[in-house]
Ligand binder design. Structure first.
Ligand code: TYC
Length: 102
C-alpha cells in the first residue's frame, strides 16, 4: 500500500477548520410613540423587506414587544442597528434596536 496516504490523512486532520462567521440577530423593540408607518418604512429601507413582510414584522413587534428583523455578520448587524436608531432620532422617534448573537 502507499505509505504516503497516511501522511495526507494526518495533515488533513491537523488542518484547523475555518469557523463560519458568527451571525447576529437585529431585533426591533416596541415603544408607545413611533408611528407604525415609520417602522414599516424602516423595515423596507434598512432590511430590504417588501411592504407585506415589513407590515407583518412591525405588527409582531407591536404585539409581542420585539421581533427579529434580520440576521447578519456582526459588523453589518451593528451598522444596521446604529443606522436605524440614528434615522429614528433624526425624525424624533424613540425606536430602538438590539443586536445579539444568533
Ligand atoms: N407601538 C407603536 C404604536 O402603537 C408601533 C411600533 C411598532 C413602534 C414597532 C415600534 O418597533 C416598533 N404606534
Amino acid at each position: 500500500s502507499d505509505p504516503d496516504r497516511h501522511g495526507d490523512l494526518a495533515i488533513e486532520e491537523a488542518r484547523p477548520k475555518l469557523k463560519p462567521p458568527s451571525m447576529y440577530k437585529v431585533w426591533m423593540l416596541n415603544d408607545d410613540y413611533t408611528p407604525m408607518d415609520f417602522v414599516v418604512e424602516v423595515l423596507e429601507d434598512f432590511f430590504n423587506m417588501g411592504r407585506e413582510q415589513a407590515t407583518r414584522v412591525m405588527l409582531a413587534v407591536h404585539t409581542e414587544g420585539k421581533a427579529v428583523c434580520g440576521i447578519y455578520p456582526q459588523d453589518i448587524a451593528e451598522t444596521k442597528a446604529t443606522q436605524v436608531v440614528e434615522y429614528a432620532r433624526e425624525n424624533q422617534h424613540p425606536l430602538m434596536c438590539q443586536v445579539d448573537e444568533a
